[in-house]
Each structure stands twice: as C-alpha cells, then as structure tokens.
Design a binder for this molecule. Structure first.
Ligand SMILES: Nc1ncnc2c1ncn2[C@@H]1O[C@H](COP(=O)(O)OP(=O)(O)OP(=O)(O)O)[C@@H](O)[C@H]1O
Length: 257
C-alpha cells in the first residue's frame, strides 16, 4: 500500500498554507515522521490527508483518489488523531473505543468480537485498568492514550497522529512509539506522525519529512533529513547530530541562532 500526494494546495480562507506540495510515495509498513517548526503547516497537512479541510491536488491511496470516496469510505481508510482532544464525553474508555470501532465497517462484527478487539487495543497501550473509567475523569496523558486506543482499534490503512505523545511521561512516550512502529510493521499500514521531539523521530521513524512554511525542507532517512545545516536553516538553532553508542542519532542543541 502506498500514499501519493501531488500538487496539494491547502489554505484557510484566502490564505494559502501549503501550495503545490508533492510528496514522494509513502509506503506502508513503516513510520514517517513529520517535523518542523511551529506553524509550518504539519497539522494542516494531516487534516488535508484526513479529508477534513478542502484541498486541491491529488491524494491517492494506491489507485484510489481519496477525494472520490464518501465520508464513510474515507474514514474507513484513514484515521486521524488530532492534537486537541475532546474534553467532555460521557463514555467510559472501553465504550469510546468500542464506538470508534463500530462507527467503521467493523460495525458488522459481533459484539463479542468487537469487545475483544477494543480490549486488545487498551492492553497494547497498557491502559486495560482504565477500561471502565469515564473519559471525563482521566488525566491529560490518560486521555491521550484513550484517544490513541480509539485510533488504532479501527485498523485503518493510513494512521495519522498529531503529536500523540505530547502529554505522556517518558515510559508511555516510548511505549506508544514502539507500538506505532509494530503496528506499521505487522499490518503494513502507513503511519504519519507529527512530532516535536527530533531525537524520538530519528529513533522510531524510518523516514523523516521536514516541513517549513508549507514546503518540504528535507525528506529522507533520519541521517539524511536531520543535519546541522537543516536544523540551522529550519529551526534556527546551532546543533550537533551524533550517533550514540547504539547507533541512534542524537541531537545536541547548543544555542538558538
Ligand atoms: N483553522 C484555521 N484558520 C486559519 N488559519 C489557521 C487555522 N489553522 C491553522 N492556521 C494557520 O495555518 C498555519 C499552519 O498551522 P498548522 O497548525 O498547520 O501548523 P503546525 O506546523 O501544525 O504548527 P504547531 O507545531 O505549532 O502545531 C499557521 O500560520 C496557522 O496560524
């Protein structure tokens, strides 16, 4: 499975944010991190891929033009987890996960099968103990994990995650990143994840796209995309990029330029 983006333009009102963007084929089975400074257009790009904002150009999943699908058809293929999570929902974590599952085609599954799948999603995120808790009584990090459960339970072809670890402690951050990598590998899905932590992007993503003012500033493996020159140009910081003893890239930021 592969995602093809060509000539994509997105704006708000008359203000263009992304213009004529081409992204080299994003293939399933691996994680692509989308990084870049504030207001670069990362969320706007994810929302366009999710069909939530009007966009010009072409977004194809294999041979299927996503814009030609119905809302339900689009949602069946693409799941988007937004940065801001709903505050007041009177459902338990399990109910919310089940309703996310039932709102897709999986509505045809038996209640017992659906329940098993929902419980499995909670277990993979290490939040089985939250199943019967109300969403409105969770901490920020717990809510983020519950929202992730709702995103992964649908088993979409394309999973778009907007800063899914921003509220999590380091254990849960790594757990989520490991899970995302496993899901991509096991199910061959396309995962695009917006991250601010560059080292985490380098550690868990096989490909990194650096966005700057709605355009691609770098695109490639972590070693190709994350260089001192790119960090200086895009993020305005003086930084060193070094491999640690295990071979993972580390970014050491010396000062803001
Ligand atoms: N609903 C909206 N209406 C008008 N302008 C918007 C809207 N959402 C975003 N923008 C503008 O679009 C630009 C890109 O915003 P976007 O949220 O895509 O950036 P981002 O890279 O995700 O930023 P951040 O890292 O700060 O979350 C910004 O200048 C922002 O002010």
């Amino acid at each position: 499975m592969a995602l093809h983006v060509t000539g994509l333009s997105v704006g708000y009102g008359r203000r263009p944010i992304i213009e004529g963007l081409d992204i080299k084929e994003i293939s399933g089975g691996s994680v692509t991190a989308l990084i870049g400074p504030n207001a670069a257009g990362k969320t706007t790009l994810l929302r366009a891929l999710a069909g939530l904002v009007p966009a010009k150009g072409s977004i194809r999943l294999d041979d299927v033009e996503l814009a030609s699908l119905s809302v339900a058809g689009h949602a069946r293929h693409v799941t988007y987890m937004p940065q801001a999570l709903p505050q007041r929902v009177a459902l338990t974590v399990l109910e919310a996960t089940l309703s996310a599952l039932m709102s897709g085609e999986e509505g045809s599954k038996s209640p017992a099968q659906a329940r098993l799948r929902a419980l499995n999603a909670l277990e993979r995120l290490d939040i089985s103990d939250l199943a019967m808790r109300g969403l409105d009584e969770l901490s920020g990090g717990q809510r983020q994990l519950a929202s992730l459960a709702q995103s992964i339970v649908r088993e979409p072809s394309v999973l778009l995650l907007d800063e899914p670890t921003s509220a999590l402690d380091i254990h849960h951050q790594l757990r989520v990143m490991q899970l995302v990598e496993e899901l991509a590998r096991e199910r061959g899905i396309i995962v695009i994840i917006v991250l601010h932590d560059i080292a985490q992007a380098a550690r868990y993503a096989q490909r990194i796209i650096v966005l700057e003012q709605g355009a691609i500033a770098a695109d490639g493996s972590p070693a190709q995309a994350i260089t001192p020159a790119t960090l200086a140009r895009v993020y305005k910081v003086e930084a060193r990029v070094e491999a640690c003893s295990r071979g993972f890239l580390q970014v050491i930021v010396d000062r803001a330029l």
